[in-house]
Design a protein around this ligand. Structure first.
Ligand code: C2E
Ligand code: MG
Ligand code: MG
Length: 557
């Protein structure tokens, strides 16, 4: 074990030598002639001085000034200081203690007394540091999770009549931030976050860093409203890098049942905060009973999803796309369905958002893509008419650097031309992460895949986005088409969008066409293709093949 270091601050050379002599068998000794020299030594050995022996009367800087100075530094203030006093001057002793000294030893020195005191104080400080390590998070100074649980429990037990709330905050995309800007920048964000958190929830709240970028807090219900405001306000203010780069999500559990363990209460706040993860339009979620139901359902889905994929419960449906010029099928979109032995037929709305959160979407998408490619290969080998099929590419998929490899691997494996595989990427992914996905999309286009922007006009897009993004096909969201029907031709926004997209050489597909009027309107506006219940619903692949056969028969007749 390396020797512990002791700093002797004493102007009298003889005294210094005596103290050094007493201590040097057991410790490494550093010496300073006055307070100022001692501060310099401390600065260079910050973490490495275990105790200070301090004389009071010294030139340049006396012992009291030295004590006052180190007490202003949170770290240095923790080092035990033993003052050496002249004779048994009570005034000196009291004064030293009042300035924050830990203890004193009188001159003349009694070696055994000094050695014991020094050893005791070093041990005491180490024990305190050890306790602190369990109680306080090193990075942020907030409580650790364990100590928070203990404090929260005590607080709830002591105030059974009061209403409390547990609040959990989480930074969106923190991992990405850390990876991109480095650990130090990430640490800075966490420290700032902790500071703002403490500031907003007030002095009486009990806060901890739960893990990584998640903070927990127990505060009284009234105060919670103010806590909520923190998120609104911190977005407005530009006071920290936190607000510029990262958005904060909040989960709230209002304690209704104080008989459940604190850990479980916290789990509820943590669960709800996870629910708003990745949502662009919601940053706060509150736990309630319906939430519990949803959670249970989600848990049930998560428990069986992997086996469901292995057992072939996921089925690819195809929804045809029609040309508005001649009403002929020009392609299809692959849409997944889950046929569960007990729960029955399930639409993607029930499981895709969950899979996007837990990451399983990548496995499911891979399965859908493989299925579609195998189908395209089969059609090609049979000599059937080949039509392009669009597959949905989720946001999670795009961030996989290997996406380009995956798709080029697929076309090789199934020996198909990339022009038959269209990739649909939702508008919100473009809007949120345009600069992060640009290169991947560019590479895929170079390989010959067509890129479609899905759900255009569903809320995130600006026309500006279109000119910045690399793509081939624009899919108009069904809401855009529905709204259009309430407007006169002169006030038509779709007219402008379609004209502009055509000028950019984009093909336009309208989604969710349900009525003849909608179809007619889009036709007159010059929209190229349409997809919707008016033409056909998504259907099993065999049905789609029948439909195509029918179309071909008509051609022959
Ligand atoms: P999306 O990609 O925008 O797909 C279009 C959705 O509109 C489909 O819903 C389709 O069935 C529905 N739809 C088509 N025509 C009409 C219509 O005339 N009226 C109405 N009301 N709806 C129509 P679906 O199949 O429930 O899928 C919902 C969403 O789930 C999809 O939206 C897509 O974002 C996602 N999704 C579906 N399959 C997959 C998949 O394999 N992978 C991924 N990542 N996402 C998928
Ligand atoms: Mg789609
Ligand atoms: Mg869509």
């Amino acid at each position: 074990m390396t020797q512990k270091q002791i700093l002797i601050v004493e102007d009298n050379e003889l005294n210094r030598a005596m103290l050094s002599e007493i201590l040097s068998d057991n410790y490494k000794v550093l010496e300073a002639e006055n307070g100022k020299d001692a501060l310099d030594i401390l600065e260079q050995n910050r973490d490495d001085i275990h105790l200070i022996l301090l004389d009071i009367m010294m030139p340049v800087m006396d012992g009291y000034t030295f004590l006052d100075t180190i007490k202003t530094d949170a770290e240095l203030a923790l080092i035990p200081v033993i003052v050496t006093t002249q004779g048994d001057s009570e005034a000196d002793e009291v004064n030293a203690l009042a300035h924050g000294a830990t203890d004193f030893v009188p001159k003349p020195y009694r070696p055994q007394v000094i050695l014991h005191r020094v050893a005791n104080f070093i041990k005491l400080r180490e024990t305190a540091a050890l306790i602190n390590q369990f109680r306080y998070d090193r990075l942020t100074g907030l409580y650790t999770k364990e100590f928070f649980y203990q404090k929260a429990r005590e607080c709830l037990e002591a105030n059974p009549e009061k209403e409390y709330t547990i609040l959990c905050s989480n930074f969106e995309d923190f991992k990405w931030y850390n990876d991109t800007f480095g650990r130090e920048a990430g640490d800075k964000i966490l420290r700032e976050g902790a500071e703002i958190f403490k500031e907003r929830v007030g002095e009486n709240a009990i806060c901890c860093r739960y893990n990584a970028d998640r903070f927990l807090c127990l505060l009284d219900k009234e105060r919670e409203k103010i806590g909520r405001e923190y998120f609104v306000k911190s977005r407005e203010s530009k006071r920290s890098s936190l607000t510029e780069n990262i958005s904060v999500k909040l989960g709230i559990y209002e304690i209704m049942d104080s008989s459940i363990p604190v850990e479980q209460m916290c789990d509820r706040a943590l669960w709800v905060v996870d629910r708003v993860k990745g949502m662009y339009n919601q940053s706060i979620a509150v736990y309630d009973d319906s939430f519990r139901e949803k959670l249970l359902r989600e848990k049930a889905i998560t428990d069986v999803m992997v086996t469901a994929l292995e057992e072939g419960e996921f089925i690819v449906y195809l929804q045809p796309k029609y040309s508005l010029n001649n009403n002929r099928i020009v392609g299809a979109e692959a849409l997944v369905r889950w046929i569960h032995p007990e729960w029955g037929f399930m639409f993607p709305g029930e499981f895709i958002p969950l899979f996007e959160k837990n990451g399983f979407i990548s496995s499911l998408d891979q399965f859908v893509w493989e299925n579609v490619c195998a189908k395209l290969q089969e059609w090609k080998e049979k000599g059937d008419l080949l039509l392009p099929v669009s597959v949905n590419v989720s946001r999670n998929d795009i961030f996989q650097r290997s996406l380009v490899d995956i798709f080029s691997g697929l076309i090789k494996k199934y020996d198909i031309d990339p022009q038959y595989l269209h990739l649909e990427i939702t508008e919100s992914a473009y809007a949120e992460c345009g600069n992060r996905i640009g290169n991947t999309i560019e590479e895929l286009r170079k390989l010959g895949f067509s890129i479609e922007m899905d759900d255009f006009g569903s809320g995130y897009s600006s026309l500006n986005l279109l000119s910045q993004m690399s793509l081939d096909i624009l899919k108009l969201d069904m809401k855009l088409v529905k709204n259009e029907m309430t407007k006169s031709m002169e006030k038509s926004i779709l007219n402008d969008i379609i004209n502009m997209a055509h000028r950019m050489n984009l093909t336009i597909v309208a989604e969710g066409i349900e009525t003849r009027e909608q179809m007619k309107r889009l036709q007159s506006l010059g929209c190229d293709y349409a997809q919707g219940y008016f033409f056909a619903k998504p259907m099993p692949i065999t049905e789609f093949e029948e439909l195509l056969k029918g179309q071909r028969k008509e051609d022959i007749l």
